[in-house]
Every structure is written in C-alpha cells, then in structure tokens.
Design a protein around this ligand. Structure first.
Ligand code: ADP
Ligand code: MG
Length: 706
C-alpha cells in the first residue's frame, strides 16, 4: 500500500528533470535584483520564461564585402586596420577613429567615450575584426559604436547571425543573448512525447533542437511562425493545453450525476403556447442537451448563440426536463435587469402549467426573501431565476439538478471547477451570446461540451448600419426627433466609453442626457452603471412601457435587454468600443418585422484598427465573422474580456497562424487519452513532462483526486 501511495505522489509532482528550468532567473550569471525586475516584466522571473521569450528578428552579420562596396544602413563585418585617432575639440564632438580595409576608409564614431579606453581597444596600427551598422555621411563611410570589436585571433567569437529579442528599457539585446545562451545550456534532454508520424510528416526537429533553433536561427526564415522549429514548439504548447482540457472533460464525464429522462409532457405544453416554431438549430441543441442530461454523468456544456438566436427558450425547455423528474432548475443572469427579463418571459410561459417559478435577486429582501428561500428549500419552487450572486450567496435548494449561467463567457476553467467545489453538483449549461471563434472554444472551453445555435429565427431583417462623423450630430438629433414623434419607435443613445475612467464615462453620459433633454424634454431617460439597481430598473420600466422614448445610457444595456419598439441605436464615439461589444449592442435593436437602424458616430483621432472595426460592422452582422475579425485585430484575451480572469494564454503558439495545428492537437489529445487514459505508458509519462513543462499540470492532479 505504502509503495503505491508514494509512487502516486511522485507521479503527480513536477519531474525533477525539469527543475533547472523553473529556477529563478536570478540564478543565471549576470542577473542581479535590478535585471531580475526588468526581465520579470519583460518575460517572467524564471529560467523557463526566458526560454519562451523568442527572438522576433535577426541581425545578419555575414556581410563582409570590401568596404568600398558597403551600403548605407547595412550591417557590415570585416577586418580593418586602425589608421588614426581624432580626439574631439569640444565636449559636444564625438571621438573619431579612422580605420580602413584594402579598399576604403571608414570613420568609427564614439560619443561620450574616453580616448584612453579606445586607445586600448583600438590602438593605432592594430588589426581588428569589427561589426556594426554603416552610415554614409557626405560621401564618407561611418560606423557609430561598432557592435563588436574583436581580436583577429578570436574571429569566430562573434555571432554571424544574431537573434534580436523583443526588449524593454534597460535590457539590451546583448544581455538577452548571453542569458538565453545560459538558459539553453540548462535545458535537459527531454524524451520525445510526440508521435513519430507527426514529426516525420512535418519534418519537425526534437524539442531540444527546436528550442535551440528558435533561439539561434541561422536564417530569417527560421524566425517565421511556420518554420518547423517554431511550429513544433507551438504544437507542444497547444498539445499540453488540449490534453489538460481533455483530462478535465473526461473527469467530469466520469463524475456520477443524475440521469434525467423526461417524457416531454411539460415541454409540449409550453411548445403549444409558443407564438413561433423552434428553429432547426434550437431543436438540435435541445436534443444535445437532453442527451447529456439523460446520461448518468454530470453535464458541463457551453451553448453559443448570437444575440437574438433564441437561447432563453432553449433554457426553459431543457429546465423542464429537471422539473418533470421532480428536481429544481435555476437560471442565472449577470444583471438584475436581465434576471427580471428572463423571469417575465419564463413565468409568462409557465403560467398555466402548474410550474412554480420565482425571481430572486439582491433587491428582494426581508420577508419576501425569507419566504422564497423557505419555498426553495422545501422544493416548492421548480424554477428559480436570479443573478449570478445566487451561486455565491448561501441559497439552499432542495434538489437542484440543473443550473444555467447566462451570458457568462467570462468564467475561466478554474472558476467553473469552483462551482462544483461549492457543492453545486448539478448539470451545468453556460450560455453566451458572445460569438467565440472555434479556436478559442477549443483552448478556453475545451473542458466543456459544446453546442451552437447557428441560425437566427427566419424573417429577421438586417439592421441598417451607418458610420458617420460626430460633427453631424445635429443632423442626427433632428432626424431622431422626426422619427420618434411620428411613430411608436424608441431609441437607445449609447454614450462614449472612456477607457479606465468610469467617472468621465458618467459625466459624458450626464452631459449628453442634459443636452438631449433640451430637445426631447421628459421623453428622455438616463441609466448608468453607478445607479442603484432599483433606480435603474425604474428607468428601464418606463422605457419598456414606452413612457420614455429615448434612453441615454452607458454600456449597461449591453447584453440581453429586449424592448420591442426600440429599433434605433446611436452609439457615440463608436471608435472607442470593441467589435464584440458593438455587435452585442447592435443586437438589441434587431427585429423580425421592422426596419432597424444603428448609427455609429466616430470622432478623431481614429486609429486604423478602429476604422476597420467600424467597417466590419457596417458590412456584416454575422457574429462569428465579427468574432474572427476581432480575434485578428486584438488577440484572444481581449475578445473574451478575460485578460485578468483565467484566460489561458499561449507563450509560443499564435492562434491567428497556428489554428490548424490546434485542431490537430485537439484530435491527438483525444487519441492519446483513448489509448492511455491515465497517461501511464512510457509515452504517457513523457506527455506528463510536457504538461509540467507548459504548466498545464493542474489537470494531472485530478488523477490523484480519484
Ligand atoms: P438570445 O439568444 O439573445 O437570448 P432570446 O432568447 O432573448 O435571444 O430571443 C430573442 C427573441 O426571439 C425573443 O423575443 C424570442 O421570443 C424570439 N424567438 C426565440 N426563438 C424564436 C423562433 N424560433 N422563432 C421566432 N422567434 C423566436
Ligand atoms: Mg439572452
């Protein structure tokens, strides 16, 4: 028994072969506190961080033509003879040294350098090898501060091809070259974890060679992301990521859960009263969820569907499975307004079915709250609608079997694992309207099953989107005035977003509100993030009822709010918003029967990428196309809005160029775990090393837990 226990512990620790790579960076010669600090913000504070910090370009020092053929701006290397020193006459002048090869003279220029040092390194008459950048001034060749000055006997001691690293102030490329050389020296020989076929097909080197080549390229082509060495490293990283997620996913599948097999009687009752027919896509994802719920393990599924694709009804119809089998279900929204809206939809549909629904948010307090909590604990409430806070507060269900988290793509893998740690051992469905590109689904949600509503209910008219300059604001308000006074149309006016300053956001919104009040009088309302929920709800209610025709807001209306007559949206300083955010905002006014209009007003300065964003929006309403563009313009962490919260970023892989490799890694992870679910074979052990190397070992620890 004891031996097994020990063995298990050893298996689940970072293998000692990797220790040297995780040493603090200060262990390297030449790194003191100051450099350690700078390096830490540049790449990280361990040896491995330095190894993952790859060069972005090279300096080719192989050019050693005769000086007479040297070109302006060229890096030139070669043997020279020192002719004379010209000391500066004033403090401002540089120190000059004239040198030559057999064809031409060259003036070496030194600023703030003392003659006596230079007469030691470059004494008159000496022959040296130098390397540096040639500049031509008034027809004569100069070189300011050569990069290398070396004795001819040491000719081979400077790099012919020098990698150029991304730098930060205070860290020179020379230093990084020295340090990466040391770090490379610490890399142990690591046994191969990749399949022989894949190596052969792609002509990939082994890991050690790949790392060496990536840091010491011999050719500019070896710097590109499609170079074999770079591909191999990117693949290693993505395989580690995919294995980790696949392990967690399998683990979930093997956790015992309830088998919820409903006969669909309740569902049919609701379908009978729906004023529309479910789309094919809705039917398909409902079937997928049914199947998961019926199986005797816990469901963990991501449901993606663009704004307006009809996720709420999917949520309700699948919650009925749980209700029919005598369990409770809950749906949680990110804001009170959204929770309220879900509650209205759901309770209205459930009215004549005998299904008990209830709303619980932070605003419901005192006696009413106590009552709801009692009813919930006794099991008299079948479906609870609430805010995300439900998960954190001490809300006791009698038998919660199914929890839906709406609009919550900001949850990282670890947070999702936490949910179950809190004792909610129920089936989980995470719904998001943020279109997430396939690559991000794989890398960020690879631990979950995945459904997608890829079709909008038929007959939806496109939103007319116009992009215009802010200087036209008076024309806009005039047009808006005509529109709002002649019909039941309502409009949103979204105020500029000021990065990192809620205060300025707020005052901008208030100012706009006041100026619009002069035109629209008491038909205009204001909501912003700093208002109390009750105040916000009151304004929203007036807007929903149509008492208010124009709603000025900061981005609080971003997700999910549904007001049928609101078919116009004006977004001020649209250039400051992200693509996904604009897409979500615009989704609020998309209607089946009526034309809707979105006006994106931009101000100056406007960057090239901001222009591209607005242009993308004008051209398309396809959320997935928009998401792909967003990914291209900004990168994964930004797209999900999760840079701070558990976004798993890559050090070596770049999803915009390595997505094919990601799909391969995804498939391979499956194959590997099918053959060797616990990673116990020889290759399995090597793959564990890979996961430790890329710090995806959290998943390995789940092996321990049972
Ligand atoms: P979202 O996916 O953005 O949460 P909702 O569930 O709020 O979308 O649905 C948006 C609107 O579309 C609602 O008014 C809803 O009643 C309606 N809807 C949902 N499914 C269909 C359908 N199959 N056909 C027509 N309208 C539908
Ligand atoms: Mg919704």
């Amino acid at each position: 028994m004891r031996i097994i226990a020990t063995k298990k512990r050893i298996i689940n620790m970072r293998p000692s072969i990797l220790y040297s790579l995780f040493y603090p960076i200060e262990n390297l010669a030449g790194v003191g506190k100051r450099y350690a600090g700078l390096l830490s913000s540049l790449c990280g504070n361990r040896v491995i961080d330095l190894l993952w910090h790859l060069p972005s370009s090279i300096i080719d020092r192989r050019c050693n033509t005769a000086l007479i053929n040297a070109q302006n701006g060229q890096i030139w290397s070669g043997k020279i003879k020192v002719i004379e020193h010209v000391a500066p006459k004033t403090k401002k002048q540089p120190y000059r040294i004239v040198v030559e090869d057999s064809t031409e003279q060259l003036v070496l220029v030194f600023f703030k350098t003392y003659g006596d040092t230079l007469s030691k390194t470059l004494p008159v008459g000496a022959e040296k090898i130098i390397s540096g950048k040639i500049e031509i001034f008034n027809g004569s060749l100069t070189m300011a501060h050569p990069d290398y000055i070396i004795d001819t006997s040491n000719a081979s001691s400077f790099p012919q091809i020098e990698p150029v690293y991304p730098l930060t102030a205070g860290i020179s490329n020379k230093l990084l070259n020295k340090l990466t050389s040391q770090a490379l020296g610490l890399v142990p020989f690591l046994p191969e974890w990749l399949d022989g076929n894949i190596l052969e097909q792609n002509k990939w080197p082994d890991f050690n060679t790949a790392l060496q080549t990536a840091h010491r390229p011999q050719d500019i082509r070896q710097i590109t992301p499609s170079a074999p060495a770079r591909q191999r490293l990117a693949y290693d990283e993505m395989l580690a990521n995919q294995l980790a997620l696949a392990i967690v996913r399998r683990k979930m599948k093997h956790q015992k859960g309830r088998s919820i097999q409903a006969n669909g009687v309740l569902r049919q009752k609701i379908i009978n009263v729906l004023p529309f027919k479910l789309t094919k896509a809705q039917q398909r994802v409902i079937a997928e969820i049914d199947c998961d719920m019926a199986a005797p393990y816990r469901m963990s599924r991501l449901l993606q569907g663009d704004v307006g694709s009809g996720k709420t009804i999917v949520a309700l119809l699948t919650m009925l499975n749980a209700v029919e089998c005598g369990y409770q279900a809950a749906i949680m929204a990110p804001t009170e307004i959204l929770a309220q809206q879900h509650y209205e939809t759901i309770s209205e549909l459930c009215k004549k079915t005998g299904i008990q629904t209830e709303l619980l948010t932070g605003n419901i307090k005192g006696k009413k709250r106590t009552q709801i909590l009692e009813q919930l604990a006794e099991g008299n409430i079948n479906i609870l609608v609430g805010t995300h806070a439900l998960f954190t507060d001490n809300v006791q269900f009698k038998n919660l079997a199914y929890a839906i988290i709406d609009e919550q793509h900001r949850f990282g893998v670890n947070q999702r694992l936490n949910l179950s740690a809190k004792g909610y051992l129920c089936d989980i469905l995470v719904m998001t309207a943020t279109p997430i590109p396939r690559t991000l689904v794989l890398t960020q949600f690879g631990d979950m099953e995945y459904s997608k509503i890829d079709e909008l209910p038929s007959g939806r008219k496109p939103v007319n989107t116009t992009v215009i300059n802010l200087s036209k604001i008076n024309d806009i308000t005039e047009a808006l005035k005509r529109k709002l006074s002649s019909s039941s149309t309502q409009a949103y006016w979204v105020c500029p977003l000021v990065e990192e300053s809620e205060k300025i956001d707020l005052s901008a919104a208030k100012e706009r509100f006041e100026s619009l009040q002069k035109i629209f009088g008491n038909q205009v309302g204001l909501v912003h993030g700093k208002m109390k929920e009750t105040e916000k709800n009151a304004v929203m209610d007036l807007f929903k009822q149509g008492t208010l025709k124009l709603l000025v807001s900061t981005t609080v209306i971003e997700v999910g709010v549904n007001v049928p007559n609101a078919t116009v949206m004006i977004i001020e300083h649209a250039e400051r918003f992200g693509l996904a955010q604009l897409h979500q905002l615009r989704g609020r006014i998309k209607r089946g029967n009526e034309e809707s209009h979105c006006i994106l007003m931009y101000g100056y300065p406007i960057s090239q990428t901001a222009r591209e964003r607005l242009e993308t929006l004008r051209k398309t309403e396809d959320g997935f196309e928009i998401a792909e563009k967003d990914l291209e313009l900004r990168g994964g962490g930004e797209v999900l809005g999760t840079r701070q919260t558990g976004f798993m970023s890559f050090r070596l892989a770049d999803l915009s160029v390595h997505s094919d490799l990601l799909y391969t890694a995804n498939k391979e992870a499956e194959l590997i775990l099918n053959k060797d679910p616990e990673l116990k074979s020889e290759r399995g052990m090597n793959l564990r090393t890979l996961m430790y190397l890329f710090e995806r070992d959290e998943a390995i620890r789940t092996y321990n837990a049972g």
